[in-house]
Design a protein around this ligand. Structure first.
Ligand SMILES: C[S@@+](CC[C@H](N)C(=O)[O-])C[C@H]1O[C@@H](n2cnc3c(N)ncnc32)[C@H](O)[C@@H]1O
Length: 473
């Protein structure tokens, strides 16, 4: 059972900013030339950011804070007692606040500063919490994307976007601590909806040290200003760094990790929408479908020695071997009961009776596969299968590893080699073609082009979506 205090901490994403970090953030903003007249802290907690802003910006004439937790509001009031600027602190729910009105009321350049709650809607869901916007995409998205997992949103993403959309048309600056992944999503959304963002930056912070949180976090700064909107964001490794390590951008609605790399290699962009990169076979039943050669026998994941006709049995190259470049030989095999998605499997019975009996013996396991994609399909169905799977030559890359290494995989004992869904590949006709394509994919030019799209800190940074951006050889 979650204790009350930690439950509240989770529900309200309660990680108070330590005073030294609040000060360092304000100093950095000052070094960038910021001279705010008003500071608004939308979820001000105990008020460390407001206190730091009051100390560091002599220009500040008004400090506004809103916070759900009453005790924190009282703490923040005590902290700002005796402050020169006009102080307006109130207990309020972020989602009930009229942000455009409140921000419009500020006179002079406004700085929206803070550190919104660190919590996702699915964490709130498992707590049965209602700390969510009442009517928003958030909730609609929950239903639609629940199956795919895309529905998992950070509340701070919604909050920061709401604030950016509420900034006065005359302009202002927003500077917020958040997860780096949230900062990127905010920028992507803002750029796609043409918000008037001028200068933007992401500066890494040490979240382990400051918040004891094991997540990449940053200071996201966005200047809202009518006029030119470059749709770029400089990325700095640390708060005080003066040299950016990369520049984010956007291309056809998709976020770019390094827009300069794309600029240098624009000629490599795919202009057609033909799907060439495939992922391997999805079967979700390793114990039954994957077999290992031991001497003259094949053994499945349950330790059973199995004898099957060769018809539906193919050599299989695991992602680890592809990553390590050990693609000459494999002692693993994959049972491939279909040659295209949805194919009737009952014909296996007459063509390969032992294979049929084996599948029937494990029918319960195969029927118990969790993913809903198997429902209503022929028994023993697999996905990610088609003519392309049976190409004799392939160029493959592991999706499990964070390395752009493309390997040639040729037939084994005359049979095309299969991959599973942790691998992406291109199908090719000849060894020569495959070797040429792999050499090209491993060239410095192509690798740099691909890194333009890849966020290496993602769990699985290499995706077919990224690979598909590259034109054909
Ligand atoms: C990450 S803490 C940061 C606090 C403060 N901004 C700081 O930097 O120290 C997030 C704060 O958001 C507050 N909060 C969470 N949900 C809220 C809501 N719906 N409305 C207002 N404040 C909320 C929490 O109580 C907590 O104080």
């Amino acid at each position: 059972m979650i204790r009350v205090k930690s439950r509240q901490k989770i529900e309200f994403g309660d990680f108070q900013t330590p005073p030294e970090l609040a000060v360092a953030v304000c100093r950095q903003l000052q070094a960038e030339g910021l001279v705010p007249a008003g500071v608004v802290e939308p979820t001000c907690g105990q008020g460390f950011f407001l206190e730091a802003a009051a100390d560091i910006f002599p220009s500040v004439r008004s400090l506004v804070g809103r916070e759900w937790n009453r005790q924190y509001v009282a703490d923040a009031k005590a902290r700002l007692h005796g402050c020169q600027a006009k102080v307006d602190l109130k207990q309020a729910d972020f989602f009930e606040q009229e942000w455009p009105k409140l921000l419009r009321q500020q006179t002079g350049p406004v700085l929206v500063l803070g550190n919104p709650p660190w919590v996702t809607n699915s964490q709130l869901g498992s707590l049965g919490s209602n700390n969510l916007p009442a009517k928003s995409n958030f909730q609609r998205q929950r239903g639609i994307d629940a199956k795919t997992g895309k529905a998992n949103f950070d509340i701070s993403q919604w909050m920061i976007t709401t604030l950016l959309e509420s900034m006065p048309t005359a302009g202002g600056v927003l500077a917020m601590l958040c997860k780096t992944a949230v900062a990127r999503k905010v920028l992507q959304q803002a750029w796609n909806s043409a918000l008037p963002l001028a200068r933007c930056s992401i500066r890494g912070i040490d979240s382990r040290r400051h918040f004891r949180a094991a997540v990449d976090a940053c200071l996201l700064t966005c200047e809202v200003r009518p006029g030119e909107h470059p749709q770029t964001c400089e990325v700095f490794a640390n708060l005080e760094d003066t040299r950016a390590e990369s520049t984010l951008g956007i291309y056809e609605g998709r976020l770019l990790a390094d827009r300069n790399a794309l600029e240098r290699h624009r000629h490599l962009l795919e202009t057609e929408s033909n799907k060439r990169w495939r992922s391997g076979v999805k079967h979700d039943c390793r114990d039954v479908m994957q077999l290992q050669r031991r001497g003259w026998s094949l053994v499945n994941g349950l330790g059973e020695t199995v004898e099957l006709e060769p018809d539906y049995l193919f050599p299989m190259m695991p992602a680890g071997k592809i990553h390590r470049g050990e693609t000459r030989q494999t002692d693993q095999f994959l049972l491939v009961p279909q040659s295209h998605t949805g194919e009737d499997t009952s014909t296996i019975e007459s063509k390969a009776p032992r294979t049929w009996a084996y599948l029937r013996r494990h029918a319960d396991r195969l029927a118990a596969r969790k993913s809903s994609i198997y429902r209503g399909r022929p028994p023993f169905s697999i996905f990610g299968i088609g003519e392309y799977s049976f190409a004799r030559w392939k160029v493959a890359i592991s999706a499990l590893h964070k390395q752009l290494s493309f390997r040639v995989v040729g037939p084994q004992e005359g049979r095309p080699v299969m991959m599973d869904d942790t691998t992406y590949f291109l199908s090719l006709r000849t060894r020569k073609e495959a070797t040429q394509v792999a050499t090209w994919l491993n060239s410095a030019e192509v690798q740099e082009f691909l890194t333009a799209w890849i966020f290496w800190d993602a769990k699985r940074p290499i995706t077919t979506d990224v690979l598909q951006r590259l034109r054909s050889f």
